[in-house]
Design a protein around this ligand. Structure first.
Ligand SMILES: *Cc1c(COP(=O)(O)O)cnc(C)c1O
Length: 397
């Protein structure tokens, strides 16, 4: 194998062509089973266990993250569930306090019933991480940057604590993609993704990916992937690999647009607070700069008191009001009412997620259209606030 740079790997890494025909796109192998010429000598036997199209995308993500083995699942949630299936009743986990809402739901409504226990901490606070470790702790599980406050944890520092206590470090790398951040290179053991976001990139596939640092861990995940069976189907595997080919092109555009949007928001008086790891005034800036290549393309911000975030998002015409992130098109949402609506208000406020918070996944549209659209949104909230002040309409707050 020759040495390749990351952007070349996207096209030529893993399994990038069909060995049977030379086709430059791995075909969608729609087959549930495979002929066995001699018993036990075949590469494939049954598509839950292994499928050539899924193999291709699994080999690719392993190479991109710099790990030993890659695995593709029916969703990011299925990937997370399979990773936690490595453990048993009584095992304890230190988990980030700002992880994906669906991960909390999985923990609360499923994993706890199977006897796994969790201590939730702000993983930026290394002393809190260490203090949460018990003799039963098996792993530290975190996201960085987090959702929706984009807090950044020092990955190598946490991995070091984990190694010291002989724990695994597991990172959900969805918000960065391997273009921006490669946790295995920083000492992490398992990286996982909702491939439904940046890796797929086109808002047209739901999938999940897992990469392990070494083959011993890979064997465990591979066993569970087959045993549990929440695999990525051949058609989705193909779609995902197709999307991943342009990851670098897309991320470059995402990152540049995010920076432009940040600079625009910084100068907008209607904005009270911005959460963006690339903000030099952000307390996590130095860590972000150290471990990320670029600062991601997620920006959250709060409007000034009295400005209605619903009015803002509903008056946009280019930026799409929708959950999800990491798509080519810019997506905007209000966490308190949408992605994080299931969290009790008190808990949510305690975690710093205000009612006014808006989360923006900056897409690859022409910057001028994005900024014009944001201007449209700000105009709408200011006009509404003026009308309220002038007694033309009653406040909706
Ligand atoms: C979306 C998301 C998930 C869940 O992935 P699905 O593909 O929707 O199941 C997990 N983690 C993060 C950070 C996400 O954004």
């Amino acid at each position: 194998m020759i040495q390749m740079e990351f952007e070349t790997k996207l096209l030529h890494g893993g399994i990038s062509e069909d060995s049977a025909t030379g086709a430059t796109s791995v075909p969608i192998y729609m087959a549930s089973t495979f002929r066995q010429k001699k018993i036990g000598e075949n590469k494939y036997e049954y598509s839950r266990t292994g499928n050539p199209t899924r193999d291709a995308v699994e080999a690719l993500i392993a190479e991109l993250e710099g790990g030993s083995d890659g695995f593709a699942f029916a969703s990011g949630s299925a990937a997370i569930n399979t990773v936690f299936s490595m453990f048993q009743a009584g095992d304890h986990f230190v988990i980030g306090d700002d992880v994906y809402g669906g991960t909390f739901r999985l923990i609360d409504s499923v994993l706890k019933r199977f006897g796994l226990t969790f201590t939730v901490v702000d993983t930026r606070d290394l002393e809190a991480v260490t203090a949460a470790i018990t003799p039963a702790t098996k792993a530290i599980y975190l996201e960085t940057p987090t959702n929706p406050l984009l807090r950044v944890t020092d990955i190598s520092a946490v991995a070091e604590i984990a190694h010291h206590h002989e724990l695994l470090t597991i990172i959900d790398n969805t918000f960065s993609s391997p273009y921006v951040q490669r946790p295995l290179e920083l000492g992490v053991d398992i990286v996982l993704h909702s491939a439904s976001k940046y890796l797929g990139g086109h808002s047209d596939v739901i999938g999940g990916l897992v990469v392990t640092k070494d083959h011993a861990l890979g064997e465990k995940i591979g066993y569970l992937q087959n045993a549990i069976g929440s695999i990525l189907a051949p058609q989705e595997s193909w779609l995902l690999q197709r999307g991943m080919k342009t990851l670098a092109l897309r991320m470059r555009a995402h990152l540049a647009n995010a920076e432009a949007v940040f600079n625009f928001l910084k100068n907008e008086p209607a904005v009270a607070k911005i959460y963006y790891p690339g903000d030099p005034d952000n307390p996590d800036y130095a860590v972000a700069k150290k471990q990320m290549h670029g600062f991601g393309a997620m920006i959250s911000f709060e409007l000034q008191d009295g400005l209605n975030p619903e009015t803002f998002v509903e008056n946009l015409q280019v930026i799409t009001l929708a959950e999800s992130l990491g798509a080519l098109e810019s997506l905007i949402e209000i966490p308190a009412l949408m992605t994080h609506g299931a969290i009790p208000r008190e808990t949510r406020l305690k975690n710093g997620i205000k009612d006014e918070l808006i989360r923006l996944s900056v897409g690859v549209e022409d910057q001028r259209d994005l900024l014009a659209d944001l201007t449209r949104g700000f105009q709408s909230v200011k006009e509404q606030a003026d009308d309220v002040a002038n007694g033309k309409v009653h406040s909706q707050a």
